[in-house]
Ligand binder design. Structure first.
Ligand code: NAD
Ligand code: DAU
Length: 350
């Protein structure tokens, strides 16, 4: 089936990695990438895609209903992959409103535009909402998030995503819109904005800057290589059942301090530094307010029903990630030379 897919947030971290996979793999599909180009959106992340006939970039806001109506009409869009979001927990603590605007109001605006354009003719349509495991809240030492775990978000970011998920489901139950959802754990890999743990630490290690580990460093995340997530999205989009939700995770739990230490050792090797020199930069700093202790995904549904499993192991992925950021000196220096400096000094009092 020929498809015209509106991808929102395609200039961000996951969106750009997803588009690189999809545009290359599905030459008979057309991809419209709608992105507002906030501080986190970067056209450099999409280098090389402009030359593809099946790819178009549109700068715009998912809260702009007129623009959305025009796009659905002009391109006869029959599927949506919705990734656009404000995505950083620390920023949601200092500025919750932009999270409410984009993550909640933006999602409903997009749902309304799809409903208006598709007008009850849902035969070949899909609205796919890409969400996060943070909606489930925080785990103790044991247990996993399944698709039926109750929502218990604890930051403005996770609360905004937790509000958007049931709104998407409401359009399925109320209007019959064919929706799919997935909730994924922490992604890592190329093109991630260096406000997030791994690229921030890589950049600081390279520049011999202190490595700010929040609280006692024993907070735990389940890490997934970003291309594995992109493949999971492809699988859910094509094979996932309408109205269903799939949890996506890496079966790969790390306490922050252990991961940062592994990264330090990897960087020492890559930078040819004395063993232990990067670890000496680690500093335990003031904790994130409301910091979720542990996330861990039970990804058995997507494995059993759709046959997807993560492929890339942490050591391999971390080495590839560290190498990538070291090689992309210009990409990184363009980002950290601008408004990032101001953000960094406010966030870390330095
Ligand atoms: P990101 O911050 O790197 O990228 C977000 C993109 O959305 C940017 O390109 C930005 O310009 C764009 N955007 C923001 N507001 C917009 C608006 N109003 N209109 C149009 N575009 C807008 O985020 P990411 O890490 O790539 O995450 C993408 C999606 O995946 C988000 O919905 C996030 O909640 C979800 N998610 C992320 C992770 C992760 O580990 N990064 C894990 C699970 C789920
Ligand atoms: O779980 C999925 C989520 O993962 C996504 O929905 C979010 O968009 C994404 O940002 C990510 O959220 P986290 O808050 O887990 O990611 P972050 O990289 O900000 O932090 C990872 C862990 O590292 C967390 O426990 C906080 C800690 N941390 C983070 C930073 C930036 C530090 O200790 N020091 C830091 O400087």
């Amino acid at each position: 089936m020929k498809r015209t897919i509106l991808v929102t947030g395609g200039a961000g971290f996951i969106g750009s990695n997803l588009l690189r996979l999809m545009v290359n793999k599905y030459s008979d599909y057309t991809f419209i990438n709608l992105d507002k180009l906030t501080y986190a959106g970067n056209l450099e992340n999409l280098k090389g895609l402009d030359s593809f006939d099946n790819y178009t970039f549109v700068k715009g806001d998912i809260c702009d209903s007129n623009l959305l109506n025009d796009l659905f009409n002009k391109y006869s869009i029959n599927a949506v992959m919705h990734l656009a979001a404000e995505s950083h927990v620390d920023r949601s603590i200092s500025n919750p409103m932009s999270f409410i605007e984009t993550n909640i109001v933006g999602t409903v605006t997009l749902l309304n535009a799809a409903k208006y354009a598709w007008d009850g003719n849902y035969d070949d349509k899909i609205f796919y909402h890409i969400s996060t495991d943070e909606v489930y809240g925080s785990l103790g030492e044991t247990g996993f998030f399944t698709e039926t775990t109750s929502y218990d978000p604890r930051s403005p970011y996770s609360a905004s995503k937790a509000s958007s998920d049931p709104l998407v489901r409401a359009y399925y139950h109320t209007y019959g819109m064919p929706v799919k959802l997935s909730n994924c754990s922490n992604n890592y890999g190329p093109y991630q904005f260096p406000e997030k743990l791994l690229p921030l630490m890589i950049n600081n290690i390279k520049n011999n800057k202190e490595l700010p580990v929040y609280g006692d460093g024993k907070y735990t995340r389940d890490w997934l290589w970003v291309d594995d997530h992109a493949e999971a999205i492809d699988v859910v989009f094509h094979k996932g059942a309408i109205g269903e939700t799939y949890n996506i995770g890496g079966n790969n739990e790390w306490k922050n301090i252990d991961l940062v230490e592994l990264l330090c050792d990897t960087m020492d090797q890559l930078l040819d530094r004395e063993v232990g020199s990067s670890r000496s930069l680690i500093r335990f700093v003031k904790d994130r307010p409301g910091h979720d202790r542990r996330y861990a995904i039970d990804a058995s549904k997507i494995k059993d029903d759709l046959g997807w499993e993560p492929k890339v192991q942490m050591q391999e992925g971390l080495l590839a990630t560290a190498k990538w950021y070291l090689e992309q000196e210009e990409w990184m220096s363009r980002i950290v030379s601008g408004a990032y400096k101001e953000y960094y000094s406010k966030q870390y009092n330095s």
